[in-house]
Design a protein around this ligand. Structure first.
Ligand SMILES: *Cc1c(COP(=O)(O)O)cnc(C)c1O
Length: 394
């Protein structure tokens, strides 16, 4: 009989990626609300409400900023706004995103330094302390919280303590970690934490979210090189949250409505419960991966992310062929590696609506089945599912 799947394939049934992720149904219906004029009093009130709700969700004492573009806008804006002429900058690199961020920091820094570790490992806070001891002039330190193309979590609370003791400003890319795991932004001393609603909050990619400390505002206000009247300006949006103040330009009305719905879901479920289901989904996935005889990418399981599981590609397996097979035969889409991690791992996302342990069973079935089909290897999918289910049963 002809295998019709070979030509047609299964439609995408499960998007188990590391972002963009599929959205919560409530978020999708919020996008379909009427798009109000941005100066309609109802939208002005809505914008203020969303920013204040966001402040609650972030757990910070300062008013956060929403920039009208997906999170790379927030990251680029942070580099432009926080680095002043003459600054010495330290970038911490444990993966592709951390390394990429250096390309925005370097041109603005008077002196630019990096601490690099292999991409299956994380930054050691003691190394940061040693560097700052030797370079007391360091003004800005940047780190990627969850370097998504490696699925590893940097110890930002410990790094932040070192940076705060030294007095430098601390920039954190927490795009794919925030809202998927516990993070006390102020205790970690993060002066500019950049995140977005398109990962663990289950929204489409369209907005940047920035938690800004008083120290960061002061630095930006004193910075002669700070962007103003620009898409990259953070300062332009400082007062825009108040209903009586103007917007610098038209905000993304539909996406603000979507963010509002996502924040309502997040706060109603309770952040701790949301983080717990992310952690349990990742734990179930890791247990299943190991039980099927596959290896995790992370050098040590303690540093593996609760929002993404990176699985080492077995020798000789082509990642594109593997992911194509998962899509064709199972309707499951997962993420590839990026740059240095491309064709060395695949990633199963546990973010927002897919951060429920039952999705581990789906991902493991598709991954194990596709690998067995491609390589002819005997993969014990049943053992993988049993191990995941044992975590679910608790
Ligand atoms: C997703 C993500 C971003 C935003 O970049 P995209 O263009 O959405 O991929 C930035 N940093 C990290 C760590 C991310 O995971």
């Amino acid at each position: 009989m002809k295998d019709t799947r070979a030509t047609a394939g299964t439609p995408t049934l499960f998007t188990l990626t590391t972002g963009p992720v599929n959205c919560y149904p409530e978020v999708l219906s919020a996008i379909g609300q009427p798009v109000l004029y941005d100066y309609d009093p109802a939208f002005l009130a809505q914008y203020e409400t969303v920013v204040l709700k966001l402040q609650t969700a972030l757990g910070v004492s300062t008013i956060p900023v929403i920039l009208q573009g997906e999170p790379v806008l927030g990251l680029e804006a942070a580099a432009h706004s926080l680095i002043a002429p003459g600054d010495t900058v330290l970038n911490l690199v444990s993966g592709v995103y951390g390394a990429g961020y250096g390309e925005w920091l370097r041109p603005r820094a008077q002196a630019f330094h990096e601490i690099r570790v292999p991409y299956d490992d994380v930054i050691d806070p003691a190394a940061v302390a040693a560097f700052l001891g030797a370079h007391p002039e360091t003004a800005v330190v940047a780190v990627c919280h969850h370097d998504t193309p490696s699925g590893t979590i940097n110890p930002i609370a410990e790094i932040g303590r070192v940076v705060r003791d030294h007095g430098a400003l601390f920039v954190v890319d927490s795009v794919s970690a925030w809202a998927g795991m516990a993070i006390d932004i102020e205790a970690a001393g993060a002066d500019l934490l950049v995140t977005g609603p398109n990962k663990c909050l289950g929204c489409p990619p369209a907005l940047s979210i920035l938690a800004v400390s008083d120290r960061a505002w002061a630095k930006m206000e004193a910075n002669l090189a700070v962007p103003r009247g620009s898409i990259l300006s953070i300062l332009d949006w400082k007062e825009a949250w108040r209903a009586e103040n103007p917007f610098p330009f038209t905000p993304s009305v539909a996406e603000i409505n979507a963010l509002n719905a996502a924040l309502d879901l997040y706060l109603a479920e309770g952040p701790a419960a949301v983080w717990a289901r992310h952690a349990r989904t990742a734990e179930a996935t890791r247990a299943g991966v190991k039980a099927m005889g596959l290896a995790l990418w992370a050098a040590r399981e303690e540093i593996a992310s609760p929002t993404c599981t990176a699985v080492k590609l077995p020798e000789g397996v082509d990642e594109t062929a593997l992911r194509d097979r998962m899509k064709r035969d199972y309707g499951v889409v997962i993420s590839s590696g990026r740059a240095e991690t491309f064709n060395r791992l695949v990633r199963i996302g546990h973010m927002g609506p897919t951060a429920h342990p039952i999705y581990a069973v789906i991902a493991l079935t598709a991954l194990g089945g596709a690998l067995a089909g491609l390589t002819g290897r005997n993969i014990d999918i049943g053992a993988g599912i049993a191990a995941a289910e044992a975590v679910m049963r608790g």
